[in-house]
Design a protein around this ligand. Structure first.
Ligand code: KG4
Ligand code: ZN
Length: 341
């Protein structure tokens, strides 16, 4: 099945063409340059930039895949969760395409799409599609969410745990902003942490042994206070900056991987999925991989380009939904800014 996937839930406008799980084209136009001066995503600016980009990026994705609208079997679009004004851009554009071509359109949950991103393949290396055994536990960690799911099948999700306050990516972003490292924060904190000693500061591991919910705001506040009281005055060359970044990252990774493993054990899962923007983090990928492999279980982690927001993951889930007629959208379809899986 050949599907066009469109995504505009936050600050990336994305379009992709996927055929039977093989990614033929996956284009992402990031708005980071527009938002970084504000230290976070400005919803109005995001919507306007999506509007300017969506038409062209869709044509470019089709051209790159060597296909036309007439070749497609269906359309998929992120229906939520996300910023409502941003979501509406791709949703309305997709509705227009569906009306004008007669192609079926399905609305995809962005978090499900992150969780299933590892089950795509890139055509260029011809790697076979992963064929996982279920159940799996999926940890979806992004700028807006930190959720643990039990996956009993590709479209069968059950929420096991979620963050009670900040998402893990949000905590990375807020610490980076305070340290003057810009937006988004995950990648820069990871780079700074490479020169740091993660044990130099004694940092909290919030709710480490309390169920499957997460909390990152206490750790974030602890780091912000340490920065203000002990680090900032030492100047930009102080090694304490790297120590704080390394300590923060180690604490986040520790909490995420510990809870992932508890969930895997409790549910007797065959393995785990690690996905979402924060899954681009090297130490997190490594720690999760080592923990799963030590138990002889499989771990599925998407390549870096499919961790951050993209259209391929939307098309991938969209194809599965279209195949069973799930959540087909008509002209009256609405965006769901809050849409629990
Ligand atoms: O999934 P995503 O692209 O957008 C949302 O749906 O939120 O995730 C973006 C988040 C940001 O908070 C960003 O700081 C974080 O992912 N992120 C990282 C890394 N790369 C991106 N966090 C930690 N380490 C990274 N290397
Ligand atoms: Zn995302």
């Amino acid at each position: 099945m050949l599907v066009l996937g469109l995504e505009s839930s936050c600050d990336e406008t994305a379009a992709a063409v996927v055929e039977d799980g093989v990614v033929l084209a996956n284009l992402v136009r990031s708005q980071v340059d527009l938002h970084c001066q504000y230290g976070g995503v400005v919803p109005e600016i995001a919507s306007r930039a999506h509007l300017e980009a969506i038409d062209l990026i869709t044509s470019q994705a089709l051209a790159k895949a060597g296909r036309s609208l007439a070749d497609l079997d269906g359309l998929a679009v992120t229906q939520g969760p996300g910023l409502v004004g941003a979501l509406l851009v791709a949703l309305n554009f997709a509705k227009g395409l569906s009306l004008s071509t007669g192609l079926p359109l399905t609305g995809v949950n962005h978090l499900k799409a992150h969780a299933l991103a590892p089950f795509l393949t890139a055509c260029k290396d011809g790697a076979p599609l992963p064929s996982p055994s279920f159940p799996l536990v999926a940890l979806v960690v992004s700028g807006g969410h930190t959720n643990l799911y039990l996956l009993k099948g590709y479209l069968d999700f059950q929420l096991l745990g979620r963050t009670r306050d900040d998402a893990a990516g949000e905590a990375f972003d807020k610490l980076a902003k305070l340290m003057g490292l810009g937006y988004p924060g995950g990648k820069v904190i990871e780079e700074l942490a490479r020169q740091g000693d993660p044990t130099a500061f004694k940092l909290t591991r919030p709710m480490l042994h309390e169920g499957l919910d997460f909390s990152f705001s206490g750790l974030k506040t602890q780091c912000l206070n340490l920065y203000k009281t002990q680090v900032e005055s030492q100047g930009p060359e102080s090694p304490l900056r790297a120590h704080l970044a390394a300590g923060f990252q180690a604490a986040v990774v520790d909490v995420l991987v510990t809870k992932l493993m508890v969930a895997v054990k409790e549910t007797k899962a065959c393995g785990a999925v690690l996905a979402g923007g924060v899954a681009a983090n090297g130490p997190l990928r490594q720690a999760a991989q080592e923990a799963l492999e030590a138990r002889g279980l499989s771990i599925f982690v998407p390549p870096l380009a499919w961790c951050v927001d993209n259209g391929a993951m939307i098309a991938g889930v969209g194809a599965r939904q279209l195949a069973v007629g799930e959540n087909l959208l008509g002209p009256e379809a609405e965006a769901y800014p809050r849409w629990p899986v």
